[in-house]
Ligand binder design. Structure first.
Ligand SMILES: NC(=O)c1ccc[n+]([C@@H]2O[C@H](COP(=O)([O-])OP(=O)(O)OC[C@H]3O[C@@H](n4cnc5c(N)ncnc54)[C@H](O)[C@@H]3O)[C@@H](O)[C@H]2O)c1
Ligand SMILES: O=C(O)[C@H](O)COP(=O)(O)O
Length: 527
């Protein structure tokens, strides 16, 4: 039975889903050393933001097939290391959207009305109404940085509170911003115009310290900044200094450069509200993310695709279901062409033909690469790491489409160039889903792939087929089917044989000695 480690607190509903298919061990608050020690036993790891999945953890996780983040941010996971190791990383992109958006809105209103301090004061038996004079958000300008799922929900609520909306997001169209009711502006304008600035961006090299001393200098002296996105997008020292110098300004922070928050100048400031990364902490969000991620882990452990893999783009279940037969075709052809080409492959061209050209190329190309590399890497290569492995091996991958090639309704053509030459194969699917190899090195054939195959390039002349048949017979190899493809009579031709038995050592050199045979290739396929 598969084993799943749950290393952060996850709603029980997720544990119940995982328990249908695996032994589930819940061990939270593990030290990095403890995690590295036990992770080799596990097929899957489920976590939130506390567990740090470093390169060392990934490398120790030799059995890991999937890492599931019950939440959005995967910045606590070394995703490139996981990808290289062929581990799927999944998250729950939408499960806590509303929770995080509502937390940001609660922070904005708390800042405006001094709720935390006022609450504290009453609890201390004071009745200080003057000290907590607030401001309204109505008719104020809300600057939303990052107009994705959370940012757009915050913007929508801001609009219904009567706020004027500005937004900065270089990856969002004007039409989308219009739809949400935001005016897209550049960052400097947003900084200078906004009364409230709310951040809803991932932490990337571009967004690290987006709010720094220079940015703060452009803002209104009474600006209120809310960060329920990621620590590190604000330079906390610069912010602390700004807030000290501008007592009418304020900040509400849920996330920090270091979590838990250690020594920080922010703690002592009266115009700051701090929460311990609570954005996703609602009962509803925790149920959502637990179900979402546990189901994906369960599916991957059962050999099914994950719907929100962050390191295998394009393979949603819908796409996967539609393309599944073509992925099998691409893998088979990739493996075939790798064996024909032999040696080190330098370039793979994948051409989607006929009706297939209308499909998304990427998953099919990944499947072809997987097939190609499985010759060398066996089960180490999968849909997650195929592209990166190809890149690291210096294999140039070219994707093309040609809808005008209509010999079959849809077909796939692969060409591999390598240190030992160049070969091409084409394959198609019959209406019953069976695979046919329909072309080999530009010679038309029509053979199903089989576990053991022999291909020859020869002169089309009398007697040659008989000689090969007798030779195979003398080695006790049974022929299941045979096909010859040629372009002109008595010109060059290819022979494709499906065999019931593996070809013994040494037979290939005997075959190439037969008069008229130019080349011969033995191929093993997993069918
Ligand atoms: N505090 C919490 O507990 C909590 C909970 C959920 C999500 N989050 C965090 O909130 C953030 C937003 O989450 P989301 O679900 O809305 O993500 P999302 O991917 O839907 O939206 C992010 C948006 O940021 C934009 N963006 C990227 N780089 C940018 C840049 N340089 N400048 C401006 N915009 C940029 C993207 O175009 C995108 O529209 C993430 O960092 C996520 O990890 C925090
Ligand atoms: O990225 C997220 O989903 C949030 O930061 C929530 O993190 P958490 O699951 O640790 O609360």
């Amino acid at each position: 039975m598969a084993k799943v480690l749950v290393s952060d607190p996850i709603d029980q509903v997720g544990i119940d889903i995982l328990s249908q298919v695996a032994q589930v061990d819940v061990q939270t608050k593990l030290s990095p050393e403890e995690l590295i020690k036990i992770i080799p036993e596990y097929d899957a790891l489920m976590l939130r933001s506390q567990t740090k999945v470093t390169k060392e953890v990934v490398e120790a996780g030799t059995q890991l097939k999937i890492i599931g983040r019950a939440g959005v941010g995967v910045d606590n996971i070394d995703v490139p290391a996981a990808t290289r190791q062929g581990i799927v990383v999944v998250n729950s992109p939408e499960g806590n959207t509303i929770a995080a958006a509502e937390h940001a809105l609660a922070m904005m209103l708390s800042l405006s009305r001094h709720i935390p301090d006022a609450n504290q004061s009453v609890k201390e038996n004071k009745w200080d109404r003057k000290r907590f004079m607030g401001t309204e958000v109505y008719k104020k300008t809300l600057g939303v940085v990052g107009l994705g799922k959370i940012g757009s929900h915050v913007a929508g609520v801001g609009k219904s509170l009567g706020m004027k909306l500005l937004a900065y997001d270089p990856f969002i169209s004007k039409e989308r911003a219009d739809q949400i009711g935001c005016t897209l502006v550049d960052l400097d304008l947003l900084f200078s115009e906004a009364d409230y600035i709310t951040l809803h961006i991932p932490k990337t090299p571009d967004t690290t310290h987006l709010i720094n001393q220079e940015a703060l200098a452009k803002m209104k002296p009474n600006v209120r900044i809310i960060n329920c996105a990621r620590g590190g997008v604000i330079d906390e020292d610069a912010l602390a200094e700004f807030l000290q110098e501008h007592p009418d300004a304020g900040a509400a922070l849920d996330v920090f450069e270091q979590e838990p928050l250690g020594e920080s100048k922010l703690r002592g400031l009266p115009n700051v509200i701090l929460t311990p990364h609570l954005g996703a902490s609602t009962a509803e969000a925790q149920v959502n993310v637990a179900i979402d991620v546990a189901e994906q882990i369960r599916d991957v452990l059962l050999g099914l695709p994950a719907r929100s893999a962050v390191n295998i783009p394009g393979l949603t279940p819908d796409v996967m279901e539609k393309l599944r037969p073509y992925l099998q075709l691409a893998e088979t052809l990739g493996n075939l062409v790798a064996q024909l080409a032999g040696g080190r492959i330098e370039q793979l061209t994948v051409r989607l033909q006929g009706d297939l050209a209308a499909n998304e190329t990427q998953p099919i190309v990944v499947a072809a690469i997987k097939g190609l590399l499985s010759e060398a890497l066996r089960e180490r290569v999968n849909y997650v790491n195929a592209a990166i492995e190809a890149k690291e091996r210096g294999i140039r991958v070219i994707e093309t489409r040609d809808a005008s090639i209509r010999d079959y309704s849809g077909s796939l053509h692969l060409e591999a160039k390598g240190s030992m030459g160049e070969h091409s194969v084409t394959g198609a699917l019959l209406s019953n889903g069976e695979i046919r190899i329909t072309d080999l090195d530009e010679f038309p054939i029509n053979v199903p792939p089989s576990n053991y195959m022999l291909f020859t390039l020869h002169r089309d002349m009398p007697g040659i087929i008989g000689k090969i048949g007798s030779l195979l017979g003398s080695f006790n190899v049974n022929i299941a089917s045979m096909q010859v493809g040629r372009k002109i009579v008595r010109g060059d031709a290819v022979m494709a044989l499906s065999l019931d038995d593996p070809l013994p050592e040494g037979i290939l050199s005997e075959i190439t000695k037969v008069a008229g045979i130019r080349d011969a290739y033995t191929v093993k396929l997993s069918i």
